[in-house]
Design a protein around this ligand. Structure first.
Ligand code: IPM
Ligand code: MG
Length: 358
């Protein structure tokens, strides 16, 4: 049966990079038996401009109806002064929570060809292959109460609530342990259990859960130490599991080990592996519309979509091999450029990947 994919290009560089991923998917449809229908919708600032809301009901309805979603990025200078309730980012957060996409997988994999593009020494990063499993629908991002209130003395106070229930911790823990079973069988759970009760519970639940996975080695690390270890000796990690905010921060950090955040795809999955796929980077308004952005994170996100939601591991591998091939050819967008390589635009990079699919 034909599967349905919703494209949500969003803002900034979103439309440019999604267009390249779509070209890759079209080529797979034309030549490699991929059976999908693609429809497009509005999210983020692009949706706000048309409908006054970053996540119109129509988009949410389409998102519920499809098998998988490919998203570009949301946000930009233009919408930064809007009320927080209608900022583009709310569109993204609404999709994540509305669809129950609690498991965010962010692989930080270093293509050997890019060892020189990392800001760390090649010997520190070569062979790097980490999977960050970030809880995506809870924690301080969604905790209640939240807001900005005025105290009796007239001073304003901002507040958010950091909460995790046992069941939320357990289900993300299962995702991490199961992922580790297919990898190097190591899970490092990152918390701040020396200060925050919510992560004291997190640590306890992870420890209990580990008994169900005797083949996996569980370790715990405070988030400040984890941030340091990621640049000191990143290869000690296999799977990292952590809450929403720590995962947001550590995944940006980990992406730089791989040369550029422009290389890092992500999958956000619900309990049934329905998913939304997006590059881990943002909308990069400073280079939007200039054909400069790196489309590889989005193209690799499409590969993750084929693997996790559409049952086409074979085509996922095909895309990943094609990406490796264009890197072998020396093609580099500005963010991963190093001397002696050939600098290319967004569309040139996308076309090269299509060609490399064979
Ligand atoms: C990410 C982004 C988002 C987040 C923003 C755009 C809301 O930084 O996907 O990592 O904080 O989750
Ligand atoms: Mg982030």
């Amino acid at each position: 049966m034909t599967q349905k994919v919703l494209l949500l290009p969003g803002d900034g560089i979103g439309p440019e990079i999604v267009a390249e991923a779509v070209n890759v998917l079209e080529a797979l449809k034309a030549n490699h038996g991929l059976d999908i229908d693609m429809v497009s919708g509005l999210v983020g600032g692009a949706a706000y401009d048309v409908s006054g809301h970053p996540l119109p009901e129509e988009t949410m309805q389409m998102a519920r109806d499809v098998d998988a979603i490919l998203l570009g990025a949301v946000g930009g200078y233009k919408w930064e002064t809007l009320d927080i309730s209608v900022r583009p980012e709310k569109g993204l957060l609404g999709l994540r929570s509305g669809l129950g996409l609690f498991a965010n997988l962010r692989p930080a994999f270093l293509y050997p060809q890019l060892a020189d593009a990392s800001s760390l020494k090649p010997e520190v990063v070569s062979g790097l292959d980490i999977l960050i499993v970030r809880e995506l629908t809870g924690g301080i991002y969604f905790g209640q109460p939240r807001g900005i209130r005025t105290l009796e003395n007239g001073e304003r106070q901002g507040y958010n609530t950091y909460v995790y229930s046992e069941s939320e911790i357990e289900r993300i823990g299962h995702v991490a342990f199961q992922a580790a079973m297919k990898r190097n069988k190591k899970v490092c759970s990152v918390d701040k259990a020396n200060v925050l009760e919510v992560t004291e519970l997190w640590r306890e639940v992870m420890t209990d859960l580990a008994q169900q996975y005797p083949d996996v080695e569980l370790s715990h690390m405070y988030v400040d130490n984890a941030a340091m270890q990621l640049v000191r000796n990143p290869k000690q990690f296999d799977v990292i599991v952590t809450g929403n905010m720590f995962g947001d921060i550590l995944s940006d950090e980990a992406s730089m080990l791989t040369g550029s955040i422009g290389m890092l795809p992500s999958a956000s999955l619900d309990a049934n592996n329905k998913g939304m796929y997006e590059p881990s980077h943002g909308s990069a308004p400073d280079i939007a519309g200039q054909n400069l952005a790196n489309p590889l994170a989005t193209i690799l996100s499409a590969a993750m979509m084929l693997r996790y939601s559409l049952g086409r591991e074979d085509l996922a591998i095909k895309i990943e091999q094609a990406v490796s091939k264009v890197l072998d050819q020396g093609l580099r967008t500005g963010d991963i450029y190093s001397k002696g390589m050939q600098k290319v635009s967004t569309s040139e990079m996308g076309s090269a990947v299509v060609k490399a699919l064979g």
